[in-house]
Design a protein around this ligand. Structure first.
Ligand SMILES: [Zn+2]
Length: 205
């Protein structure tokens, strides 16, 4: 982990608004995320209007790319920690071997199915968010496991609020093959919002 040694809290490669949500714990060295957390207690942050796992984002910005297919293991066992020095890229097999894979419950599978249906996150990202293997998410997506669980949103838990950005608006206009209702569903906004974007009434380039 030598390449993570020099990383300092407040590094200016990371936008100030993200640092504002992180509290450095002087005792543990953990950088505890104080914003919204995902299913397994992982940090959730918005980058260009899309929800991404916070620890992965911090690692990518401050250390560099995460090799394809690898998961970030929290060496500190604090899911909301985004300190790259506490994260190690490992294979899902290794992560499983270390015993970090969370047991799935019907409730959590229902949440995973909702996320899959939104189509905003890759299976790998969902797997990371829930602390399960990518294989487990792929099996759920293909109906090989938990086929009888309906994708029901858990009441009281807010849906991720998607912040529209010019980039998202351009994406909406550039994909006529995706219907307005589909975009509305993916982004959690109403269909009128999508048609306003498409007709150039809002988010005009
Ligand atoms: Zn930590």
């Amino acid at each position: 982990m030598s390449q993570t040694q020099d990383i300092q809290f407040g590094d200016d490669r990371m936008a100030e608004r993200y640092w504002a949500k992180v509290l450095a714990n002087p005792e543990t060295g953990c950088w505890e995320f104080r914003g919204g957390l995902g299913g397994s207690g992982y940090a959730r942050i918005y980058v260009d209007g899309i929800v991404v796992p916070g620890h992965r984002y911090f690692y990518q910005v401050l250390v560099g790319g995460i090799p394809d297919g690898l998961q970030l293991d929290h060496l500190c066992r604090v899911p909301k920690c985004v300190n790259p020095r506490h994260l190690e890229p490992v294979t899902s097999a290794e992560n499983t071997r270390r015993g970090n894979v969370t047991k799935l419950t019907r409730e959590r599978v229902a949440e995973i199915k909702v996320k899959l249906s939104h189509g905003q996150q890759s299976q790998a990202e969902i797997a990371n968010d829930f602390g399960v293997s990518q294989n487990a998410v792929a099996n759920i997506a293909q109906g090989k496991t938990w086929a009888d669980v309906e994708p029901i949103e858990i009441p009281g838990r807010r849906r991720p609020r998607v912040v529209l950005s010019m980039e998202v608006a351009e994406q909406i206009r550039a994909t006529p093959e995706i219907s307005g209702s589909e975009w509305a569903r993916r982004l959690g906004v109403n269909q009128q919002t999508i048609s306003k974007i498409r007709t150039g009434k809002t988010w005009k380039a």
